[in-house]
Write a protein of this length. Structure first.
Length: 494
């Protein structure tokens, strides 16, 4: 390469977003944060919405700051966000309303309604996706059941990153990795699950052609290019794996040993990268999911409640006048007694917003355990339960794939949580390699660079990640009571 290339990575998660400037000289990558912003949902009457226009304003502000740092020269812009949620556009391509948050209660009872219309096993056979009440399929079914006027008026469905990409480039698209999260796509055919959608009376005209990660959508709209200070050169908007986990997994610095990835943040996404989906009786029984990745890969994984358990405790205490930063909570948890109460870290009672400490105590009480009362005991309970859930998922992955995975790569913001990293190594008996923390933005950039012809393969990009970002190793410590705690945990899961 003749010169260093600048890429903008827009990465919006369920708690916060950031716009990153990535510099790539052909041998190494660097990242600099141009703009960070909160992602705060808004309650209107009984419905929880994403504040989509404020997020769009923050993205625009971040891209202007990125262009300024880059001197106005960008080789590409890529957007990734959380999955599941979507906006509906009318016939004039205008957004019909604020997208609804996946934690909203509109999906209550919708899985049962779906199974009444189509057997559960058939839904899994057509989609290969883990059953969660928050999935897009049940959000759409809720609109069907309630005869929502927005659904009747809608001409097109765009997931959240598809929507931002449309606003940036003017191109309507449905990107593969995010589409697979919806439980509306057939991973065997790579197209929408048309028969399932029709069986549930979801309007099939909402769904457009599927594009793959690495598709160039077109140049930034001229008015936005001027606003961002991009100059006269046409800057391409490139679809990475627009689902943030898809981008994060693209940046996992895999070595030669069989390895599991764990994208750790608000959610924990734990799985393996495979060449074809595994859709069979075992993956259905274990409620695993097959999501699309980069370069024809699939992500066999499990969605786990993740650090949401800690985040929502912290938010609840702040509302009660007790403010803790995350570092302080980790110090308190580390000093707390080990293996008090445990909770099923994938129980859907922890899904919604609300008083998380009270729900953790209630789970302990309902299962005959002494309830954790102090912040230290509550956070210790959450972290140990997560680590034990990771062990359960790792063992199921070994079984489904047919080999033992010796290493767990922890990526994302949770890779900075050294206490949980060590708990994970101890609980699973496997080496944990933590980093990079900004894997999502890095995977976003890798796909952009591949699309622009500056990287030859995903393997080449991952080698550059290994060279550019050091990893922290956590060796499993023998004993410590984890095996006994795991036996208790498995009983709690039922």
């Amino acid at each position: 390469m003749a010169a260093t290339l600048n890429f903008a990575a827009v990465d919006v998660g369920a708690e916060s977003g950031r716009v990153m400037l990535a510099r790539f000289d052909g041998a190494a990558l660097t990242l600099a944060e141009a703009h960070r912003f909160a992602n705060i949902p808004v309650q209107v009457d009984d419905t929880l919405h994403w504040d989509i226009l404020r997020l769009w304003g923050d993205i625009r502000q971040g891209l202007a700051a990125t262009a300024q740092q880059a001197g106005g020269a960008l080789a590409g812009i890529g957007v990734d966000t959380w999955g599941l949620d979507f906006g509906l556009l009318g016939r004039d391509d205008q957004l019909l309303g604020n997208p609804v948050h996946y934690r909203d209660h509109r999906t209550d009872g919708m899985q049962a309604e779906a199974f009444r219309r189509v057997p559960r096993a058939e839904i899994f056979a057509q989609t290969g996706i883990q059953f969660m009440s928050i999935n897009s399929l049940y959000q759409l079914l809720a609109l069907v059941v309630r005869r929502a006027p927005a659904l009747e008026a809608a001409a097109r469905l765009l997931t959240i990153p598809d929507l931002f990409n449309f606003w940036l480039s003017g191109t309507l698209s449905n990107e593969f990795s995010n589409a697979t999260t919806m439980q509306c796509l057939n991973p065997r055919t790579g197209d929408w699950a048309w028969n399932l959608l029709a069986q549930l009376r979801i309007p099939t005209g909402l769904f457009g052609p599927i594009i793959q990660p690495g598709t160039v959508l077109g140049p930034v709209r001229p008015t936005l290019a001027a606003e961002f200070g991009l100059g006269a050169a046409a800057v391409p908007v490139i679809a990475p794996a627009t689902h943030d986990t898809g981008s994060a997994v693209a940046a996992v610095p895999f070595g030669d040993e069989p390895a599991i990835y764990l994208s750790s943040g608000t959610w924990s996404l734990m799985g393996v990268e495979i060449g074809a989906p595994i859709i069979d009786a075992r993956s259905l029984a274990y409620n695993f999911t097959n999501e699309g990745g980069v370069g024809g890969t699939f992500r066999l994984l499990k969605n786990i409640m993740g650090l949401w358990l800690v985040q929502e405790c912290r938010r609840t205490w702040a509302a009660q006048g007790q403010t803790y930063d995350y570092a302080e909570l980790m110090r308190l948890a580390e000093a707390a007694p080990a293996f008090g109460a445990l909770v099923n870290a994938s129980d859907e009672r922890f899904l919604a917003l609300g008083d998380m400490p009270a729900r953790l105590r209630a789970f302990a009480h309902d299962t005959g355990q002494a309830a954790p009362e102090t912040p230290a005991a509550i956070i210790r309970c959450a972290l140990e339960s997560l680590a034990l859930e990771y062990r359960w998922v790792a063992e199921r992955l070994d079984e489904l794939v047919g080999q033992r995975h010796l290493v767990i790569h922890i990526i994302g913001g949770g890779a900075r949580n050294t206490l949980l990293n060590q708990f994970t190594a101890d609980a699973t008996g496997r080496v944990v390699l933590a980093g990079p923390a900004e894997a999502t933005a890095l995977g976003n950039v890798l796909v952009q660079a591949m699309a622009a012809g500056h990287l030859g393969s995903l393997a080449e990009g991952r080698a550059i990640i290994r060279q550019s970002f050091p990893l922290e190793t956590f060796e499993p410590r023998a004993g410590g009571g984890w095996d006994e705690a795991y036996e208790r945990y498995v009983r709690l899961k039922g």
